[in-house]
Ligand binder design. Sequence first.
Ligand code: CXF
Ligand code: ZN
Length: 345
Amino acid sequence: MKAAVLEAFNEPLVVKQVADPTLAPDGVILKLEATGICRSDLHGWHGGLGAIKTFPHILGHEMSGIVQEVGKDIRNFKKGDRVIVPFNQGDGVCPHCQSGHHNLCDNLKMVGFHFDGGFAEYIHIPNADLNLLHLPDGVDFLTASAMGCRFMTAFHGVVAQGKVRPGEWVAVYGSGGVGLSAIQIATAAGANVIAVDIADDKLDFAKQMGAVATVNSKQVNAPQAIMELTKGGANLSIDALGIQDTFVNAVMSLTKRGRHLQLGVSNNPQGGMTPVPVNLLLLKELTLVGSAGMPVPEYREMLQMVESGKLAPGKLVTKQIALDDINSAFQEMNNYAGVGVTVIT
Ligand code: CXF
Ligand code: ZN
């Protein structure tokens, strides 16, 4: 098959023929239809996150496709089924999987990081009865790939972890794929969203996703602007970037009893240490929560909302490119250029 291969960190991906994936008894081979590109792929390309240990390696963790072959133990899927692949793959037996939080599995495997991912024509998904989902008829492959990691992480974060409520103020730092997803999801839940970024074109897109106000943090002090707009601070703040500045400013934007939700991933191998304003936490009685992926039952709920039109992750997709051109997408992301989400089709 053809694949975009990472042969060394920080080197262009090499698009070439590689061996087809081999099928395990509990696995499924998919013909990939669309794969989104996420900043975590860029972190992986740089050697960040510490997950990629051997070369050659195939990145890509936001996939949708069609079942091509099924292993002999597979019960839930057959050739021709349309599917979406959650990037967080659980073993199904650890206490977290057993309690419905398979995204927190003790033996968690992440597609595109712990095994070969979706920047290829085909992929093998092990333990597929547990870790693969049928794609509803009304949801196209492009929309599905836009959901892959960014949208599902934002959904789990905003709904289950951040517990957003109608009428609340939500401040979202960063209007990339994750931030835009959070804006759309929080708006659909009835919240008033303020988007913060340093790029006006990204802030314009944030408005299209439902933001009621925008703040360019290159021009003004963002926490101060949010305090004024909300008359006292946001109920929920979100850092969708994963850097010290946005984390601290997001926490500083909260009102009393506010919640901070961490969605952005740090590319620092130590996990992105950042100073927490200790007295602010206690004096305002703040809560810190995070979201990494999503448990399967919530994924089904999200797919239903997408099929019924309540959520529209497909609106995030601004560019489709061929696998052959994948390096241009990595360069664009590395330069913080480009608005919205690029998908390989
Ligand atoms: C990330 C979460 C942290 C590890 C790598 C994958 N999620 C999506 O990009
Ligand atoms: Zn991702």
